[in-house]
Design a protein around this ligand. Structure first.
Ligand SMILES: C[S@@+](CC[C@H](N)C(=O)[O-])C[C@H]1O[C@@H](n2cnc3c(N)ncnc32)[C@H](O)[C@@H]1O
Length: 225
């Protein structure tokens, strides 16, 4: 997706080429997928080979936000083929280098073939990414239930809508003031996210909320305690 707009991502040409290719494949899949195909095979089988990657402009925003906040511990629900994870890990990697402290991107994916492909993409990137990504395979309601970093700086909710609130509740005990939750598609899938958005926007929830005007919306919520 060639663009004259600035791209904040600092990475070698082969990484940009890979990201451009993966985003293009994801967009193409979404363009050609039909409701009839989904109905014919059922939701799980239909989604098994679908990227549904976070849009490229949103991914660049997340990258930029991680750099600006110095976030070092990031949780991603879900990971799919690992496209957004590349942005998370590149940015965390920079923050680790600058701060000299440790950091981790915790990914989650319950479809084994997607998890395997995600690992191949990260290997293709190189850049030490595999050392700072921990991919938890299986249902995130179980895999995120244990051993999260004491403080989680950023949670990316890019997951089937019914999973979003249970995920937030698992991760929230690890937030400190300033921890940020990003949720994709909160305009496009507002009805699916009703329980999550009601929880986040309730008076006294401990979160400030903003809907960023990206395509179909990107919610940015900051935990203020
Ligand atoms: C929208 S996609 C993630 C896209 C990814 N963030 C990216 O930008 O490349 C959502 C993923 O969540 C996975 N998923 C759905 N329910 C899950 C669950 N309960 N536990 C773990 N992963 C799940 C799906 O298999 C799917 O690959």
């Amino acid at each position: 997706m060639a663009s004259s707009l600035p791209n904040p991502v600092q990475a070698p040409p082969h990484v940009h080429a890979l990201l451009d290719k993966l985003h293009a494949q994801s967009v193409e899949q979404e363009k050609t997928a039909t409701a009839a195909q989904l109905q014919a095979v059922g939701f799980d089988d239909f989604m098994r080979d679908k990227y549904i990657a976070l849009d490229q402009d949103k991914s660049q925003f997340v990258y930029q936000l991680i750099l600006s906040t110095g976030a070092r511990n990031v949780v991603e629900a879900g990971t799919s083929f690992g496209v957004s994870t590349i942005y998370l890990a590149l940015a965390v990697s920079q923050n680790i280098t600058i701060s000299g402290e440790k950091g981790l991107v915790t990914g989650t994916e319950n479809e084994p073939s997607k998890a395997a492909q995600a690992r191949l993409h990260w290997a293709e990137v190189g850049q030490g990414l595999e050392e700072i990504i921990e991919l938890r395979e299986g249902d995130l309601r179980e895999t995120l239930n244990v051993d999260l970093p004491e403080t989680v700086d950023l949670l990316l909710l890019d997951i089937w809508a019914p999973m979003a609130l249970p995920t937030l509740k698992l991760v929230q005990p690890h937030f400190k003031p300033g921890s940020t939750v990003l949720i994709d598609n909160t305009i496009g899938a507002a009805s699916g996210y009703k329980d999550l958005l009601t929880y986040l926007r309730a008076p006294g929830s401990g979160f400030t909320n903003l809907t960023l005007p990206y395509n179909k919306g990107l919610e940015m919520c900051v935990y203020v305690g």
